[in-house]
Design a protein around this ligand. Structure first.
Ligand SMILES: [Zn+2]
Length: 256
């Protein structure tokens, strides 16, 4: 027969083990929310996923263009379902929240958020929004910016559109090697040749990535899926792209 003292000792040990396991699984990361453009129509949430190891610091932006749904859906999925064991992730799923709500590229239609960086605190609402995102990149001192977009056509069919590309704003060795590696990894998961990705070096002045790179010295990538492909596939591709990046930086939790 187990004595009362022994019985309590067993319960005590079990509790300690349970607390230890809980700590290992539940406290690996903490997600907090802050808002940019607070108190205005452009107020939009920023999700910060932190671990005990601050570095690397990666920022993911989606919804710069409101009708490029795959990036937005992917960012929303990632902020709820991603488990990392090191580093910090800063995720903005709906950069231009009004454009996202209206399902339009830009809101207002005549101002493209992706052409007004670094923004202006005294400018129009979109310039103020750009400034707040610019400021966030600075404040978090990020190591990499990933901007998720979509295009209406394949780049290979019409080079005015960027569908199925990774766009970089400079052909510096680091960015070129990184994007080439990512294209290679992404293309391993693509069966049809016409849907494969390619690196495109195209400096787009005023874009989030251009500004991150040239004004803050932050390596930056713009990822573009093609909207001719099914939405569910594009969302998976956007998620896969981010996960490949996080794996390369050893941030992803393998077992959960
Ligand atoms: Zn776009």
């Amino acid at each position: 027969m187990i004595s009362i003292g022994k019985y309590f000792r067993i319960i005590f040990i079990a509790l300690i083990l349970l607390l230890f396991c809980f700590h290992q699984t539940a406290l690996l990361q903490i997600t907090s929310i802050e808002y940019i453009c607070s108190g205005t129509d452009y107020e939009t949430p920023v999700y910060i996923i932190k671990t005990d190891y601050k570095e690397p610091m990666i920022m993911i932006v989606a919804g710069t263009h409101g009708n490029e749904k795959a990036g937005i859906k992917a960012a929303e999925y990632l902020k709820d379902n991603l488990y990392i064991e090191r580093g910090t992730l800063v995720i903005i799923p709906k950069a231009n929240i009004l454009a996202c709500e209206e399902n339009v590229r830009c809101f207002p239609p005549e101002i493209n958020l992706n052409r007004v960086y670094p923004g202006n605190t005294q400018g129009n609402s979109v310039e103020k929004l750009a400034y707040e995102i610019f400021n966030l990149m600075k404040r978090y001192d990020i190591d990499l910016l990933v901007d998720l977009h979509e295009s209406i056509e394949f780049y290979r069919k019409n080079p005015k559109n960027y569908g199925q590309t990774i766009v970089i704003d400079s052909d510096d060795d680091y960015l070129f090697e990184l994007s080439s590696f990512l294209v290679e990894e992404m293309n391993k998961g693509i069966i049809k040749d016409g849907n494969k990705y390619q690196v495109l070096v195209d400096p787009i002045k005023g874009s989030t990535a251009y500004c991150a790179y040239y004004q803050l010295g932050i390596p930056a990538l713009t990822f573009e899926t093609c909207r001719k492909l099914p939405l569910s596939f594009r969302i998976e591709e956007q998620i896969r792209f981010v996960k490949i990046i996080l794996s390369k930086w050893n941030m992803l939790t393998v077992q959960r």
